[in-house]
Design a binder for this molecule. Structure first.
Ligand SMILES: [Zn+2]
Length: 194
């Protein structure tokens, strides 16, 4: 750079978002294609299973919504007497167990817990080529994260109570709080009760 200004140094936010989005697209498509190719091979006779058809799936990530190929393979006939669970298998569909990546869900839930869902969606849209950039998605994922935390808390509490019941009976009380907490407090762990 022979001439220019301070603002011209480095990547601008819009350029960085475009680079990230393209990089993510290439990575996700390459990884899912490799995953499908590896799982096409029959684990018993090592022969590639025939392709039945080619479908596509969409995956929401922190850096954009990606469309990936999800080929379906006919299950190998090398074991005709073995119980057939399914005549057709789609490894990529099995891999994509949710509409969004765990990282996108975590970031949406964390932002949604700390500010309004609308503001959280705007922050994400400003800083990352995230998808989808609407507050409904942030709200849904914040509540989902809160439910998961609540279930984990209940499980941990049940384990503590089960292992410690005789002593606590003698003490005559349980110290664990069972009061409900709001979704935001669950995620941020601020401890405010509903
Ligand atoms: Zn086989």
């Amino acid at each position: 750079m022979v001439e220019g200004a301070l603002a011209d140094l480095g990547l601008a936010l819009t350029e960085a978002k475009a680079v990230l989005a393209k990089l993510q697209e290439i990575m996700v498509q390459s990884q899912t294609a490799e995953y499908a190719a590896c799982h096409r091979v029959c684990p018993h006779c090592r022969v590639p299973q025939p392709v039945k058809d080619r479908r596509t799936r969409r995956l929401q990530t922190l850096f954009g919504t990606e469309e990936v190929e999800a080929p379906r393979f006919r299950v190998c006939q090398c074991r005709p007497l073995a119980p057939v669970v399914a005549a057709v298998s789609s490894p990529v569909c099995r891999l994509l167990t949710a509409r969004g990546t765990p990282e996108l869900e975590r970031v949406q839930a964390e932002l949604g817990a700390r500010t309004s869902f609308q503001k959280a969606a705007r922050i994400l849209k400003t800083l990352a080529p995230a998808s989808p950039g609407n507050h409904e998605s942030v709200r849904t994922r914040t509540h989902a994260a809160a439910l998961r935390l609540e279930a984990a808390d209940r499980q941990a509490m049940a384990a503590v109570v089960a292992s410690d019941t005789p002593r606590r009976r003698r003490a005559g009380r349980l110290s664990c709080s069972t009061a409900p907490m709001c979704a935001r407090c669950r995620v941020t762990k601020c401890g405010n009760l509903r």
